[in-house]
Design a protein around this ligand. Structure first.
Ligand code: FMN
Ligand code: SF4
Length: 415
């Protein structure tokens, strides 16, 4: 495992001070070097770390091109995904690196103001960022122009981190997605072009500004260069770790203390992601490009080892219920579709399946994507489809025999 963004003191030691941060990494480079940051980011190949994996340099370029010096910069640290912890660990332990990235981006796109958008449940992260802003006020480096930075704390909600919801919250105190277009980069906070960028993306950009795009590309073992933070659950040693992109699922399993020969299902990308299983899947590199071609996603870097003792049906039913409860209740197919999915999955999980429940789940898993203002229905049905595939034996046994393979100690054929 490679430590770049999390290089330095162990994250468990708490927030790195401004003095510690400066003595370890130095200041951001001077104005002339900083003026080249957008092409540098483009050639680095850095992809956004909030889930969609959009090229960071391209996004900065399109906001800079519209800004006229009046843009807004929004650092997305909402992290509403229940299985992800990497953003809160980053904000709580490396607040100055995140703020460096925010100030760098604000300057590059010509922003007049910047917002740190931090989920209200991440109290430690928020406190670290507040302290870091105070430290910077008291000891201002001359290196960057000052941009007013405020902290916004959206309510605990999965959809609050979606970019139009973030803009909506800052504009009107309502963290629900809005119909797009216009997208935030066209018309966002206060009607201004707004760059919404995940906090890890910003921290990576702050390192690229210091060390260059060649340095960034030295890490990475498959197609996509660089390192990424991942949140690992399910092993003996769960936690947040920085990996070279391209590290295989099996290697990460070894790091996390998951039995090497398991090959049991793994949830990639979180509740918006998908399940893979079998030893072939364990050989898959954690690389956004490769995973996309394999029909799954790196998403926000969640790798959850499910273990053979996990009932795929019960777990999926719980996730479906959570996602239905996360609907911002604005779009019919999302409100009614996700609730219908959650109810059918719950009936199957608890031995009360109606005759057509499983068939209806299969239908919904294919028909709801693209039918909401945001991508909540797409993410939810993508996960459902992968569960129906990977846990096919579990679903069939629950539906037709009202029997849980795990509770009855029966072997499950891996997909
Ligand atoms: C339902 C939903 C929830 C999201 N939650 C987050 C989040 O908590 N944090 C985040 O950075 N991006 C989240 N995103 C992605 C954002 O919309 C946006 O793409 C991202 O913040 C852009 O930053 P990036 O390009 O650095 O990834 C979410 C998207 C959706 C559809
Ligand atoms: S798709 Fe669902 S979560 Fe997204 S805006 Fe519509 S109702 Fe809200």
């Amino acid at each position: 495992m490679t430590a770049r963004v999390l290089g330095g003191p162990a994250p468990a030691a708490g927030a790195e001070s401004l003095a510690g941060h400066r003595s370890r990494l130095g200041d951001l480079p001077g104005r002339t070097e900083r003026s080249r940051i957008i092409p540098m980011l483009e050639s680095s190949g850095l992809l956004g770390r909030g889930g969609a994996g959009f090229p960071v340099g391209r996004k900065w370029g399109s906001v800079a091109g519209r800004s006229g010096g009046d843009a807004v910069m929004l650092a997305n640290g909402a992290e509403g995904e229940p299985l992800s912890h990497k953003d809160r660990v980053l904000m709580a332990s490396r607040p100055h690196l995140v703020i460096d990235g925010l100030e760098l981006a604000a300057e590059a796109v010509g922003a007049r103001r910047a917002v740190l958008y931090v989920g209200s449940e991440h109290a430690q992260a928020r406190a670290a960022l507040e302290r870091a802003l105070d430290e910077r006020d008291a000891s201002r480096s001359q290196s960057l122009p000052r941009v007013p930075i405020t902290i916004a704390a959206p309510p605990v909600s999965y959809v609050a981190g979606e970019e139009s919801a973030a803009v909506h919250f800052v504009n009107a105190g309502d963290a629900r997605p809005t119909t797009v277009p216009p997208r935030p980069y066209e018309k966002g906070v206060g009607g201004k072009p707004t760059l919404v960028q995940n906090v890890e993306s910003l921290a990576q950009a702050a390192l690229i500004a210091r060390y260059g795009d060649d340095w960034y590309r030295e890490a990475g073992r498959a197609e996509t260069p660089g390192t990424a933070l991942v949140t690992v659950t399910g092993g003996a040693r769960p936690g947040v770790v920085e990996i070279d992109l391209g590290t295989t699922i099996g290697e990460l399993a070894e790091w996390a203390g998951v039995p090497a020969a398991a090959g049991s299902p793994v949830l990639l990308g979180g509740y918006f992601g998908g399940l893979v299983a079998g030893m072939d899947a364990w050989r898959l590199p954690l690389d956004p490009a490769v995973l996309r071609r394999s029909g799954t996603a790196f998403g926000a870097g969640v790798v959850a080892f499910m273990g053979d003792e996990t009932c795929g049906v019960t777990t999926t039913a719980r996730i479906m219920d959570y996602m239905a409860g996360s609907s911002a209740a604005q779009c019919g197919p999302c409100v009614f579709g996700l609730r219908a999915i959650a109810d059918a999955a719950a009936r199957i999980a608890t031995g009360q399946a109606r005759q057509d429940d499983l068939a209806r789940l299969r239908g919904w898993s294919q028909s709801l994507a693209g039918r909401g203002a945001c991508r909540l229905p797409d993410g939810t049905t993508g996960l459902l489809a992968s569960s129906l595939r990977v846990y096919e034996a579990d679903w069939t046994s629950h539906q037709h025999h009202r029997r849980c393979l795990v509770r009855h100690g029966m072997a499950r054929a891996s997909a």
